[in-house]
Design a protein around this ligand. Structure first.
Ligand code: UDP
Ligand code: MG
Length: 311
């Protein structure tokens, strides 16, 4: 069976069209569709209920509030019963026809555990954003023990062994792209054309994308914490040399004219660096604090279509 996991947040205009396309593509296969309503405040849940009423292959989980796509995906994974598990967005940017391609590939290639769809064309992005993303991927791959491919999406299909591995990482603050990579397994990449959003607006604006990037790095690497030690050592070494030179100069030639400007520059520069590193430190301490509270990743309001035994 194929489990299709569909996180949705305020997607009332997309549900019916997406569902039609999914059913069309999957009609000759054994499947379940798991919709997760991530605390929408429009008619998304109503639409999901209307399609689930008539079809026992359609199931849903609705959250008590908006917990974010990461939490929605996690909930879907927990409930998935299939041998092949697929995650797809609900805005029709990812054509459901690829689900069948991924399934057929996995069926014919026993050695492959996971197929990741990589965007062939780009969503509307200007040069600055494009390059910032490139820098992000380079940084995260260098700093962490995961390897992310630029353009790889959450749109993917994997076997049950991969699902079990993903669920075995029970951290609360989740960065799925990192988790998908960290667990390993044999991964194949397939390319797809990103389509236009069918209805509604993106839920990830620039600010959210920046915090997503910071989350990616800090969730999967603690190297930024070492940076302060390295930079601190370099600056202290340079200062030591400078101190010796100054002392020797004073002893040999007497007092120099005091350099007010250079002193100010050094103080401001070092003050800035210190604040940056206190910030980095704070980020990790904050993460630790949130993680130790051990709160649930999401809270359910209602579900339909599942028996009571979840993983
Ligand atoms: N989504 C979600 N919870 C959120 C934000 C987004 O479940 O808090 C879902 C959204 O409904 C969509 C998918 O995640 O199905 C991808 O979101 P979007 O299309 O806005 O992202 P983009 O394609 O612009 O990166
Ligand atoms: Mg989208």
């Amino acid at each position: 069976m194929i489990s299709v996991i569909i996180p949705t947040f305020n997607e009332e205009g997309n549900i019916l069209e997406l569902n039609k396309k999914l059913l069309n593509n999957l009609k000759n296969l054994d499947y379940e569709l798991i919709y997760i309503d991530d605390g929408s405040n429009d008619n998304t849940l109503k639409k999901i209920k209307s399609i689930a009423l008539k079809d026992e292959n359609i199931k849903y989980i609705s959250f008590s509030r908006n917990f974010g796509k990461e939490s929605a995906m996690y909930a879907g994974l927990k409930y998935a019963k299939g041998d092949y598990i697929c995650i797809i967005d609900s805005d029709l940017q990812q054509n459901p026809k690829y689900i069948v391609s991924m399934y057929e590939y996995l069926k014919d290639n026993d050695e492959v555990d996971q197929i990741v769809m990589v965007m062939k064309n780009r969503k509307n992005e200007n040069i600055i954003k494009r390059n910032l993303k490139k820098i992000f991927y380079k940084t995260i791959n260098k700093l962490s023990d995961i390897n992310l491919i630029d353009g790889a999406s959450d749109f993917r299909m994997f076997r049950r062994n991969v699902l079990n591995a993903i669920l075995s990482l029970n951290e609360k603050n989740r960065f799925s792209k990192g988790i998908f990579s960290w667990i390993g397994f044999n991964t194949q990449y397939m390319y797809y054309d990103v389509e236009k959003r069918f209805s509604g607006k993106t839920k990830f604006n620039n600010k959210e994308q920046i915090s997503y990037a910071i989350k990616g790095i800090t969730n999967h690497s603690i190297k930024p914490l070492y940076l302060s030690t390295i930079i601190g050592t370099v600056i202290s070494s340079i200062s030591l040399i400078y101190i010796i030179i100054t002392i020797v100069k004073v002893l040999m030639f007497g007092k120099d004219t005091p350099g007010y400007a250079s002193l100010l520059v050094v103080i401001l520069f070092l003050g800035g660096i210190q604040l940056i590193f206190i910030g980095i430190l704070g980020t990790y301490i904050g993460k630790n604090y949130i993680e130790t509270k051990n709160r649930p990743i999401y809270i359910e309001k209602e579900t339909k279509g599942f028996d009571n035994t979840i993983l």
